[in-house]
Design a protein around this ligand. Structure first.
Ligand code: URA
Length: 189
């Protein structure tokens, strides 16, 4: 059985798509290898690319504060992205890029075996193979998914950059976070 370090070492050497050409650092993800909740974002931005760590820029600070406000420290979860290298000018990752990167995500999830996956935004939901036309079809619902013959429970919510920019979405975002972490507190170990 592999561990997260082995997966990370492959990610930082990865050349499966052109995003490797401009990256300063790949961003495999970080946190607790035994986490009950894995949080998946979209892709690294400028700060993440410079430091090789996920969610350390503005939306990362917003996410960390939102988690802290419900008693969750970043060290309790594992945080990663659908795509591990920064897309130029922070554009949305392309479908092919998400697909090329998916095996790394699936391997990370297979190692951690979280009780819940919290998917932040449409790229994260797509990376889990969830089909939808609009986020509203899948948001705030527990969804059972199967990846590599393993079953996972997943909750999809906004990417934190959305409630960060639009305060009217903050209540719904916080309700989803609470829902995710309440479920995980109530699941048998
Ligand atoms: N946005 C993301 O989706 N992921 C990061 O790591 C940073 C910003």
């Amino acid at each position: 059985m592999e561990n997260l370090k082995e997966v990370s070492e492959e990610i930082v050497r990865c050349t499966l798509c052109d995003l490797c050409l401009k990256r300063k650092n790949a961003v495999p993800g970080e946190g607790n290898e035994k986490a009950s909740v894995v949080i998946i974002g979209e892709a690294p931005g400028k700060n993440e690319d410079l430091q090789g760590r996920p969610f350390i820029g503005m939306s990362g600070r917003f996410l960390s504060k939102a988690l802290e406000s419900i008693g969750i420290a970043r060290s309790m979860v594992f945080i990663t992205n659908a795509v591990k290298c920064r897309p130029p000018n922070n554009r949305k990752p392309k479908k092919e890029e998400i697909e090329k990167c998916r095996p790394y995500l699936v391997r990370q999830l297979s190692v951690i075996q979280p009780k819940l996956i919290l998917a932040l935004g449409t790229s994260a939901a797509s990376s889990l193979g969830i089909e939808f036309k609009h986020l509203s079809e899948i948001k705030s619902r527990f969804i059972d998914i199967t990846l590599n013959e393993r079953h996972f429970k997943c909750l999809v919510t906004f990417h934190p950059s959305f409630p960060m920019r639009f305060p009217s979405a903050r209540k719904a975002f916080m309700e989803d976070l609470s829902k995710a972490f309440n479920l995980y507190n109530n699941l048998p170990t």
